[in-house]
Ligand binder design. Structure first.
Ligand code: MG
Length: 387
C-alpha cells in the first residue's frame, strides 16, 4: 500500500517535453526503463567505485553499487509505503555523471574546469548526472537527453552548489533548482536514495577493503557498529572462519541500519503529522538514522577515510588517475578535433571536453590517454584480489 506521503506518478510535475502516456507503464516506471536502456548506464559497469576496474573482478563498480543502492532503497521504501519505481529510477541514475576513476577523476576534472573557467561552476558529479539525463544522452528523435519526470530529476540532483542552483533557476523552466535556494526538501523517495547510497558504500567499501587486503578484520573491531555484530556472529557461529565471518557481520550491520532508518523515519513522519508530498517538502530531512546510528555510521566513515580512501596504495592509484584525466583534458583543449565527432553546440570546448571525459569508462580513458600522449602509464602494484 502506498502511503499518502509517497510520490504519485499520476500527480507528477511532468516531463520537460510533453509525451503521450506509455501504458501499461506509469511515468516513474518509464523513467526507470529509459535509464536502464541508456548508454551512460551501461558504462557504469566499467567505472571505478573505489578500486580501479582492472584491479580485480569482484570489486564493486559503479553499476553494482547502483544496483545495491536500488535494492536497499526499495526494501526500505516498501516498508515505508513509498513509490518503489521512483526509488529504483533515482538509484539507478544517481551516479550516471561520475567520471572514470571515482572521486579522483571528479577532483581532477573539477580542477581542470575551475582553472580554465573560474566562474563556470567547475565539475560536480551530481550536476553532471542531471546533465547526462537532461542533455547528453542522444537516443530520442524529438529531444536531447532522456526527458525524465521532474521527480526523478529531482532525486538525481541530490546536492547542488549555490552557483549551479542559481543557474538552474535562471535556465530550467521546471523549477528544479529552486529548492536549494528555498532550502526545501525533495520527495521521501529522493531522501531515501541519498541515505541508501551511504549505507551501501560504507558496507561494500569495507567488504572490498578487506578483499583487497588493505583492511584487516581485526582493524574493524575498533568500530562499535561492526564489533557488536562481529561478537554476535562469533558467539552464534564459533566455528565460522575466513570471509564468511565478514559477510555475516556486514549482512547484520546492513539489517540494523535498514531497521533503524525504517523506525526513525516512521517516527519522524508521525511526529510531524506528514500526510502529503507537499508536507514532506516543507519539513527538514525525514528519512534518516537515529542519532545513535548516525554517530556509529559517522565513525565508520571516518575509519574508511583514514584507513582505506587515504591508504597509500589507493592514493598512489588515484594520483595516477588524476594525471590521466588532466592530460586528456589538456590534449582535447589543444586539439578539439581529437574528441571523436563530439558536437560542441552551445558548449565551450572546455565543457565539451569535460562532458566527453566524464562519460568515459576507466578503460577507454586509458586507451585515449595512450593514444594522445604516446605514453602507457604503469600503475602502482595492485591490491591482492583474492577469489
Ligand atoms: Mg553512489
Amino acid at each position: 500500500m502506498r502511503a499518502p506521503y509517497a510520490s504519485d506518478p499520476a500527480a507528477s510535475r511532468g516531463r520537460r517535453y510533453g509525451e503521450a502516456a506509455s501504458p501499461p507503464r506509469d511515468d516513474f516506471q518509464r523513467d526507470r526503463d529509459r535509464i536502464v536502456h541508456s548508454t551512460a548506464f551501461r558504462r557504469l559497469v566499467y567505472k571505478t567505485q573505489v578500486f580501479l576496474n582492472h584491479e580485480g573482478d569482484l570489486f564493486r563498480t559503479r553499476l553494482t553499487h547502483s544496483l545495491e543502492v536500488a535494492q536497499l532503497g526499495r526494501s526500505i521504501g516498501r516498508a515505508l509505503g513509498l513509490n518503489e519505481d521512483l526509488i529504483e529510477a533515482v538509484a539507478l541514475a544517481h551516479d550516471l555523471g561520475h567520471t572514470p576513476f571515482g572521486h579522483a577523476g571528479q577532483d581532477a576534472l573539477h580542477e581542470c574546469m575551475s582553472t580554465v573557467d573560474p566562474d563556470g561552476g567547475g565539475f560536480e558529479h551530481n550536476f553532471q548526472s542531471l546533465r547526462v539525463v537532461d542533455r547528453l544522452e542522444e537516443r530520442y528523435a524529438a529531444f536531447d537527453g532522456l526527458n525524465l519526470t521532474f521527480e526523478t530529476r529531482e532525486g538525481i540532483l541530490k546536492h547542488c552548489s549555490r552557483r549551479h542552483a542559481e543557474w538552474l533557476v535562471a535556465n530550467d523552466p521546471t523549477g528544479l533548482g529552486r529548492r536549494f535556494l528555498e532550502r526545501r526538501q525533495p520527495s521521501l523517495e529522493a531522501q531515501l536514495c541519498n541515505l541508501a547510497d551511504e549505507i551501501a558504500y560504507n558496507a561494500h567499501d569495507i567488504d572490498d577493503g578487506v578483499r583487497s587486503g588493505l583492511l584487516a578484520l581485526d582493524q574493524l573491531e575498533e568500530l562499535t557498529l561492526i564489533r557488536r555484530q562481529l561478537d554476535e556472529v562469533r558467539t552464534a557461529h564459533p566455528a565460522l572462519t575466513g570471509r564468511r565471518v565478514l559477510f555475516e557481520t556486514l549482512r547484520r550491520v546492513l539489517s540494523q541500519q535498514v531497521y533503524d532508518v525504517i523506525d526513525t523515519t516512521r517516527a519522524a513522519l508521525a511526529e510531524h503529522r506528514v500526510d502529503s508530498v507537499e508536507a514532506v517538502r516543507a519539513q527538514s530531512v525525514l528519512v534518516k538514522f537515529s542519532p545513535e546510528m548516525r554517530r556509529l555510521t559517522d565513525e565508520v566513515q571516518r575509519f574508511l577515510r583514514v584507513n582505506l580512501y587515504r591508504h597509500p596504495q589507493v592514493v598512489a592509484t588515484t594520483g595516477r588517475a588524476r594525471e590521466v584525466l588532466r592530460e586528456l583534458f589538456e590534449a582535447y583543449l589543444a586539439d578539439p578535433a581529437q574528441m571523436h565527432a563530439q558536437v560542441l553546440g552551445d558548449r565551450s570546448v572546455a565543457r565539451a571536453a569535460a562532458d566527453y571525459i566524464a562519460g568515459m569508462t576507466d578503460r577507454f580513458a586509458l586507451q585515449e590517454h595512450a593514444r594522445l600522449t604516446g605514453r602507457r602509464l604503469d600503475w602502482p602494484a595492485r591490491p591482492r584480489a583474492a577469489d
